[in-house]
Design a protein around this ligand. Structure first.
Ligand code: HSE
Length: 441
């Protein structure tokens, strides 16, 4: 096992969509991970029945038997990314018995055998981390377990199956057939090996079981989760929901009541104006209501190689930090103090943005061309322009609002242009500027 500052060695069991995604992310961000952990993190052994075409693992040690990874004395952290239960359960228990920490994305395993696995981990003083088991890349386990720890949780409700949400979205928006969309979800790596887990609600029930345990402090009780899928829904149901002002979403809901905890997964009518009703495609969203904080919402990609790998690697960092720097815990600024970088902070003048400009000009010949000439000289590209008829007070004083939307440009060029525009004798007031931020940039 690693001592302080020796590299933390990762063994990956299962090199499917999530396994290879996690391997790739560990390679790509290796330097950044070392700065967060305070020591190197390396993949030292991969166990997978086969390598798929296109998978490149360099000269990393490879075994066809994942148990070879679990029994490798060099490995500190085992990533269980096989899915299913038959092999994964004994493999995880063996890893724990061998004194290894485990990171898993396996919601079925945690929901159905988590009580046994966590007891074994506690007895062997190792960690089992499972952020990737629920809602893909959304750090919902950490949010409930740590961020909301001061609250008494009242309820949570979420879209926690990306495949199901993708199917419902495509059916509603494009009128596509259920089976065809499911096939596409499989091709995109969203669906479970057995896609009935997605469409019959079993996958969502696994995830809800886990969320309810950490929200309410109860043992994992998958068998008591009421489970209904989306396979009976038709285009008609989706259209009628629309007509009534609702969306149909497949939700996992868990609520504290005086009689006990509700634990249910089923298609649900939700008001079309609510945020969660507008969560589409493979995206997941979970609302959590606590007595102090009120309602909070967590949103992000719920399936797919890279988003799930994001959660797997976050767990690896948590465990690796504990191995490398057991005394210091999580660094105050996330990166170890001695590895903070001196990346420069951009002065505002260097920032690039698109702009909305409202220019109050006198209603005179040539004003617009003066303004556009200044923008042209400053190499600012205009995306849209509106000149309104003067109304009310503006009409009396013969002022016209000129509205311009620009393409992206450096702030200092815009400062220069605005100064020149404001200096025009035909411009009556300071220019109003609002920066545009494109969320998909
Ligand atoms: N099949 C799952 C989903 C994968 O579609 O959400 C992520 O758990």
């Amino acid at each position: 096992m690693s001592s302080s500052n020796a590299p933390v060695k990762i063994g990956i069991c299962g090199l499917g969509t999530v396994g290879y995604g996690s391997y790739t992310l560990l390679q790509n961000n290796r330097q950044d991970l070392a700065r967060r952990v305070g020591g190197d993190v390396m993949v030292s052994h991969i166990g997978s029945r086969r390598l798929r075409p296109g998978q490149d693992i360099g000269n990393t040690r490879y075994s066809a038997d994942p148990f070879a990874v679990v029994n490798d004395a060099e490995v500190d952290i085992v990533l269980e990314l096989l899915g299913g239960i038959d092999v994964a359960r004994p493999l995880v228990l063996q890893a724990i018995a061998n004194g290894k920490h485990v990171v898993t994305a396996n919601k079925a395993l945690i929901a159905q055998h988590g009580n046994e696995i966590f007891a074994a981990a506690a007895a062997n003083k190792v960690l089992v981390a499972y952020e990737a088991a629920v809602a893909g890349g959304i750090p919902i386990i950490k949010a409930i377990r740590e961020g909301l720890a001061g609250n008494r949780i009242q309820w949570l409700a979420g879209i926690i199956n990306g495949t199901g949400n993708f199917i419902l979205t495509e059916m509603r928006e494009k009128g596509r057939a259920f089976a065809e969309v499911l096939q596409e979800a499989q091709a995109l790596g969203y669906a479970e090996a057995d896609p009935t887990f997605d469409v019959e609600g079993i996958d969502a029930a696994h995830k809800l079981t886990i969320l309810a345990s950490i929200a309410f402090g109860i043992p994992l009780q998958f068998s008591k989760t009421y489970t209904e899928g989306i396979s009976q829904l038709t285009q008609q149901d989706i259209r009628y929901a629309d007509e009534l002002g609702y969306r149909i979403k497949h939700l996992g809901i868990s609520r504290r009541t005086p009689q006990g905890i509700e634990l249910r997964v089923h298609p649900t009518f939700i008001d079309e104006d609510s945020l969660i009703a507008n969560v589409n495609g493979v995206m997941n969203a979970v609302m959590v209501n606590g007595d102090a904080v009120g309602s909070t919402l967590y949103y992000g990609a719920g399936a797919g190689a890279a988003p799930t790998a994001s959660a797997v690697v976050a767990d690896i960092i948590d465990v690796a930090r504990m191995i490398s720097n057991p005394e210091s815990g999580v660094p105050a600024l996330a990166y170890q103090d001695d590895s903070l970088s001196d990346l420069p902070i951009l002065p505002m003048a260097e920032v690039r943005s698109a702009y909305y400009l409202r220019i109050t000009a006198l209603d005179q010949v040539g004003v617009l061309s003066d303004i556009t000439e200044i923008l042209g000289d400053c190499a600012i590209n205009i995306e849209a322009i509106i000149q309104k008829e003067p109304r009310g007070v503006d009409a009396l004083s013969q002022r016209v609002p000129v509205i311009i939307l620009t393409h992206e440009v450096q702030e200092k060029k815009m400062n220069d242009a605005i100064a020149q525009i404001e200096a025009l004798p035909t411009v009556a007031e300071r220019v109003m500027r609002v920066r545009v931020f494109r969320l998909d940039a």
